[in-house]
Design a protein around this ligand. Structure first.
Ligand SMILES: [Zn+2]
Length: 134
């Protein structure tokens, strides 16, 4: 197993769209979990795989929606003007790519002055909470 500390962080946030980053990374993780199920159950047509797929997809979509709706309620996100919803799959919309949410205008204004840090920061270093007290 790869050491998470040595793993390169994927560039998910270059356009600063929070919902899109959450959506794309979780869709990628869901695909990996579904591929594991295909290895276990043999093929995608078996009833066992179809049950597994439904449970996995429900878990990922419900988890993502919990985060996205909570962020909408906090004023960080708004429903994307493209009108898609999370279960309709990948979309070409540059604001959400299928998440169905994009940054709220006030949130975009609030983060406009944020300066990106170096890309080789490990997730542990990003999440140490040090910047929250400044
Ligand atoms: Zn959209």
């Amino acid at each position: 197993m790869q050491n998470p500390k040595s793993r390169a962080v994927q560039p998910l946030f270059h356009d600063r769209q929070v919902a899109k980053a959450i959506y794309l990374r979780h869709m990628s993780a869901m695909k990996e979990v579904l591929n594991l199920g295909e290895m276990k159950f043999g093929n995608r047509e078996s009833p066992a795989y179809k049950t597994y797929k439904k449970i996995v997809m429900d878990a990922f979509y419900n988890a993502m929606l919990d985060v996205l709706v909570s962020m909408e309620m906090a004023g960080i996100l708004k429903k994307c003007p493209c009108g898609t919803t999370i279960r309709q799959g990948y979309q070409t919309c540059p604001g959400c790519n299928g998440a169905g949410y994009c940054n709220a205008d006030a949130f975009d204004a609030a983060i406009a002055g944020f300066v990106p840090v170096e890309a080789d920061v490990t997730p542990e270093e990003e999440n140490d909470g040090e910047n929250f007290n400044k």
